[in-house]
Each structure stands twice: as structure tokens, then as C-alpha cells.
Design a protein around this ligand. Structure first.
Ligand code: SAH
Length: 294
């Protein structure tokens, strides 16, 4: 059964809610509300919600998606940091035993445990939220991003979109591009197209020391057009005074030295990481990376 009878019904719901709260949607908070019922139904279908699922929704707004998520799920947690919308959601759904509204900044509050994250994420926090999500274990994410951001998640080595985000996501999850969403599906319409992406978290971490790998990855991708050799030599130069120079003999044992960073696959980055860590020791390695990733 469809959750909204029509886009007209959905649109009226949003307009009336905004009128009731006397709210002018805030650009800064990424307040673009879905008014296209087909898109919400598409997300719900992709989410394939079962009675054992606990859903996390980030940025509940007026609850247009929340209402549909709660139809089949065991529990829905909604995080919202606009006090007026939080109150609205509480009035509307607070009495429903399977919906809990959490007031706070989704970047900062701890997430409750969940099996699926189904959200139209405010665009301003796409990157920190995606990284944060990957630190939790869950089955599936169906997430709306800005189209450009979504494309960066899938970027392959050697392309201009390939970045530290692509590496960190692809190493921990399988992402699929599901659908482009046009601006007119929202009120007010954003300036850019959006895209719905599915994220399946891998059960096993491919890289053991993820924290340090992440710092290393940032260090390299800050200069992604340079060669690995160039970056490491610069790093050594800066470190000479403290006498923790990487000896040039050691440098020559590092693989892929002449490659430019943005052409390296995840496996190749990991090969470099592992060798460096072994050669120069873990403490020193984290010292170097932490000084370069502030
Ligand atoms: N889910 C609704 C609303 C999307 S608009 C829909 O699809 O139509 C994004 C929502 O996220 C807004 O309600 C905004 O107030 C909220 N929001 C923005 N920044 C947030 C943050 N840091 N933490 C939690 N919610 C946030």
C-alpha cells in the first residue's frame, strides 16, 4: 500500500506544516522537503523494510518520509536539529510507540543501533554523516545526496572525482547509484540535482588499522596530483630536524613511488601504507600523519 495517495496530498501536507509553524525553509539547514510521492515510494521500496528493522532517519523535517518508514518497521529513530520541527514531529508522532524523535545535531549525537538508514540528508553534512555512518554496523543505507557528491562516492582511480572520500567509502561499503532526482521534486527546489544511493556496509574491514590508514590517505590526497615519492621526500625534509628521517634506502623499498596519488587503487594505497608502517614504526607513523592532517 502506498504511503501517500498522491503528490498533491504530500505537497499540501508540507505546505500546511510550514504554514502552521510559520517557517521559511532554511537554506543553511538544507531544508528542502520532498513533495514528490513517487520519490518517497521509491526510497521505501528500495529500503525493503521488514518488521525486524530499526530505521535511522537523519533530518526528519516534517515527517513526510518518517510516516512511511514507520508503516512496516519495528522502530524508527529520527534525528532533527531544528527545534520547531522537532516539536512538530513529536506532536505528530510522539505517541506512536515505534517512532522516537531525537533532538540534536546528527553529526554530534550518538546514533542508536539501527539496521537501515533511510534519509534525505541535509547536503551540508553529507560528508561527516557518511563517514560517521560507516563507523556503525548496519545492513543498508538508502540515502539522498547532492548528485555531485554521490558521483564522488563511486569515482574510480585516475578520474578527477577520485578522492579520499571515494577511497574511504569504497573500502568499507558497496555503493550503488539508484536514481537521479530533479530539483522540482523538492520544495523549495534546490539549485542542483540530487541522487539516491544505496550503501551496503561490508561485514569485514579490508584494512586493519583504519584510523591510521585514514590519516595516511588524507595526507596523500591533499596533494593528489603529486607522485608518492614527491610527497614522502617532502615529508622527510620537514622531519629532518627531529632526526626521524626516513632513510633513502627505506624509501626505495616503498612500492608505486613514481605513481601520482590519484591513480592508485585501494589495494595499492594499502601496500604503500603497510610497508611504510613496518619500516618506520607505528608511533612514528602516527606522529607524521597527525602533524599533516590537522
Ligand atoms: N526528510 C525530510 C526533510 C529533509 S530537509 C524530507 O525528505 O522532506 C533536511 C532536514 O534536516 C531539515 O528538517 C533540517 O532541519 C534537518 N537538519 C539539518 N541539519 C541537521 C543536523 N545537523 N542534524 C539533524 N538534522 C538536521
Amino acid at each position: 500500500m502506498d504511503c501517500w495517495n498522491s503528490s498533491t496530498e504530500l505537497r499540501n501536507y508540507i505546505f500546511e506544516g510550514l504554514k502552521q509553524l510559520q517557517i521559511k525553509p532554511s537554506n543553511q539547514r538544507g531544508q528542502n522537503f520532498l513533495i514528490d510521492a513517487n520519490i518517497i515510494h521509491f526510497q521505501i521500496k528500495q529500503a525493503d523494510i521488514h518488521s525486524k528493522d530499526t530505521i535511522l532517519e537523519i533530518g526528519g523535517g516534517l515527517g513526510n518520509l518518517t510516516k512511511c518508514l514507520a508503516q512496516n518497521a519495528k522502530k524508527v529513530y529520527v534525528i532533527e536539529n531544528d527545534r520547531r520541527m522537532f516539536n512538530f514531529l513529536n506532536d505528530k508522532f510522539g505517541v506512536r510507540s515505534n517512532i522516537e524523535i531525537i533532538y540534536g545535531d546528527a553529526v554530534k549525537v550518538d546514533f542508536p543501533s539501527f539496521t537501515k538508514c533511510i534519509s534525505n540528508i541535509p547536503f551540508q553534512i553529507s560528508s561527516p554523516i557518511t563517514f560517521k555512518l560507516l563507523d556503525y554496523s548496519f545492513d543498508l543505507g538508502i540515502i539522498m545526496y547532492q548528485k555531485e557528491f554521490a558521483q564522488r562516492l563511486f569515482a574510480k582511480p585516475g578520474t578527477k572525482d577520485y578522492s579520499r572520500i571515494a577511497v574511504m567509502i569504497q573500502l568499507r561499503a558497496v555503493c550503488k547509484y539508484l536514481k537521479t532526482v530533479k530539483p522540482t521534486s523538492f520544495y523549495p527546489p534546490p539549485k542542483i540535482h540530487s541522487a539516491i544511493v544505496s550503501i551496503q556496509k561490508l561485514k569485514k574491514e579490508l584494512i586493519k588499522d583504519l584510523n591510521n590508514f585514514s590519516k595516511f590517505n588524507t595526507l596523500l590526497f591533499t596533494n593528489k596530483k603529486k607522485t608518492v615519492r614527491n610527497i614522502l621526500v617532502n615529508l622527510m625534509k620537514r622531519k629532518v630536524k627531529q632526526d626521524i628521517l626516513l632513510p633513502s634506502k627505506t624509501l626505495e623499498t616503498v612500492p608505486h613511488l613514481e605513481r601520482r596519488v590519484f591513480t592508485l587503487t585501494i589495494d595499492e594505497l594499502n601496500e604503500i601504507f603497510k610497508i611504510l608502517k613496518k619500516r618506520i614504526g607505528e608511533d612514528l607513523w602516527s606522529d607524521i600523519t597527525s602533524q599533516n592532517t590537522k
